[in-house]
Ligand binder design. Structure first.
Ligand SMILES: [Zn+2]
Length: 167
């Protein structure tokens, strides 16, 4: 298999070494500008694995932001997408209650609310932690664009849980 941009041999992510390096830097630039956490001449301190890689990328920005590395600088984390997703799932699953099935988990909360109203049963709002509230707000927003995201997330988590039980 060859690079999707030239006839050279694939190195990573369907790209040859040269195109992969370009792609990697481009992706970093885009990510940084999306994050909006760095200004010119900022003093930063890197925290996490692969600090050298992060430093390399920061220093190789064309319109160098003249960033300084300083132990008292603003903390910038350097974990990967994998670590972020896994850690989030981990913290979700560490709550043991989630492992046990619920007899009402086949419903969305608004369905339960509507049913309560219909049957004149007192409805109880479910309480979330601060992080939970933020997550829910985010997922609710996503759901407007991508239908059934709660359903597919739950399906994914249930599958992960099954794997976990087998271990
Ligand atoms: Zn190439």
């Amino acid at each position: 298999m060859n690079c999707i941009k030239c006839p050279k041999k694939i190195y990573c992510s369907k790209l040859c070494k040269e195109h992969f390096a370009k792609y990697f830097l481009r992706k970093f630039k885009r990510h940084l500008s999306n994050l909006k956490i760095l200004k010119r001449k900022d003093k930063v301190k890197l925290k996490g694995k692969n600090k050298k890689t992060a430093k390399h990328l920061l220093l190789s920005l064309e319109n160098s932001l003249s960033i300084e590395f300083d132990i008292k600088g603003k903390e910038l984390l350097t974990y990967s997408m994998d670590y972020k997703v896994i850690s989030m799932l981990e913290s979700m699953m560490s709550e043991i209650k989630i492992f046990q099935p619920s007899i009402l988990e086949c419903y969305r909360i608004n369905e339960i609310e509507k049913f309560c109203k219909l049957k004149k049963i007192g409805f109880e709002e479910e309480k979330y932690s601060k992080l939970g509230k933020e997550l829910k707000k985010g997922i609710d927003k996503l759901e407007k664009r991508k239908h059934n995201i709660f359903f597919s997330s739950k399906k994914m988590l249930d599958k992960l849980l099954e794997q976990h039980k087998k271990l």
